[in-house]
Write a protein that binds this ligand. Structure first.
Ligand code: NAD
Length: 259
């Protein structure tokens, strides 16, 4: 019960990695507000996870500042505090650089990077006010990717957005350190979710992924949830501004292969 009594917002928590994080946080004693653009999946997640702990859902587009303000207000109203934010919501778009549409580039950047900024700023303001009133400092976890480090030529917006998330993590960590608020990121490798299936659906995709994954298997969302638990817990009390890669060893390889 490493998160006992804490209140966490998990964006993109209806499915995949976010849902695994929500489930693990509940099992560790936190109350969780799932925020997701997919209302049906969000309600279903709440239904499924209700037996694990106290969980609620707010339909939210993280790239919409007004929706993010409503999310923070809803969490305050329901749980009276916010201790942890996981900026996990993310999308991918596959197209080569020369063919990539401006609208698709914007869309990916808006959700993956601007969404993390909007949620991060809104929740951080709330956390800072709490610290000023004598409260315990909160902590923020951003979801990056190995693609922050190695670029995929057919995932331009995605790679750029995740590079941005790493730098956003450092700037947030520096701004919020005076208040004791820690900000870190996780860089997953290939994890079995709908998002991975969307970019690696062709025959041979699995073999290509495994060829560049030293541990020789695709990761499970629970293996990212455990890192998110560590970063949000007091076990990481002296860790801030870092991106921790949970990638089956991929960044140890000095080459890239398109997905
Ligand atoms: P997923 O598609 O399974 O889940 C993403 C969730 O985000 C969905 O529930 C979706 O509805 C939600 N979402 C999408 N747009 C949103 C928006 N505008 N506002 C709120 N919610 C929104 O994907 P996943 O694989 O679980 O990815 C989660 C995070 O992990 C993403 O940031 C992704 O980039 C990152 N990541 C995933 C992998 C992987 O291999 N799966 C690897 C590296 C990084």
């Amino acid at each position: 019960m490493r998160l006992s009594g804490k209140v966490a917002i998990v964006t993109g928590g209806a499915k995949g990695i976010g849902r695994a994080i929500a489930e693990r946080y509940l099992a560790e004693g936190a109350s969780v507000m799932i925020a997701d653009i997919d209302a049906a999946a969000g309600e279903k997640a709440v239904e499924d996870l209700a037996e694990v702990g106290t969980v609620a859902f707010t339909a939210t587009d993280v790239s919409d500042a007004a929706a993010v303000a409503r999310l923070v207000a809803a969490c305050e109203e329901r749980f009276s505090r916010i201790d942890i934010l996981v900026n996990n919501a993310g999308i991918v778009h596959k197209a080569d650089f020369l063919e990539l549409d401006e609208a698709d580039f914007d869309r990916v950047l808006r959700v993956n990077l601007k969404g993390a900024f909007l949620c991060g700023q809104a929740v951080a303001r709330h956390m800072v006010e709490s610290v000023k009133r004598g409260g315990t400092p909160g902590t923020i976890v951003n979801m990056s990717s190995v693609n922050a480090v190695f670029a995929l030529p057919d995932q331009v917006g995605y790679s750029v957005s995740k590079g941005g998330v790493n730098q956003l993590t450092k700037t947030m960590a520096l701004s919020l350190a005076p208040f004791g608020i820690r900000v870190n990121a996780i860089g997953p490798g290939s994890i079995m979710t709908d998002l991975l299936a969307a970019v690696a659906s062709d025959k041979g995709a699995e073999a290509r992924i495994l060829s560049r994954t030293p541990l020789g298997r695709i990761g499970d969302p629970s293996e990212i949830a455990s890192v998110a638990t560590f970063l949000a817990s007091d076990d990481a009390s002296y860790v801030t501004g870092q991106t921790i890669y949970a990638d089956g060893g991929r960044l140890g390889l000095n080459y890239t292969v398109p997905v």
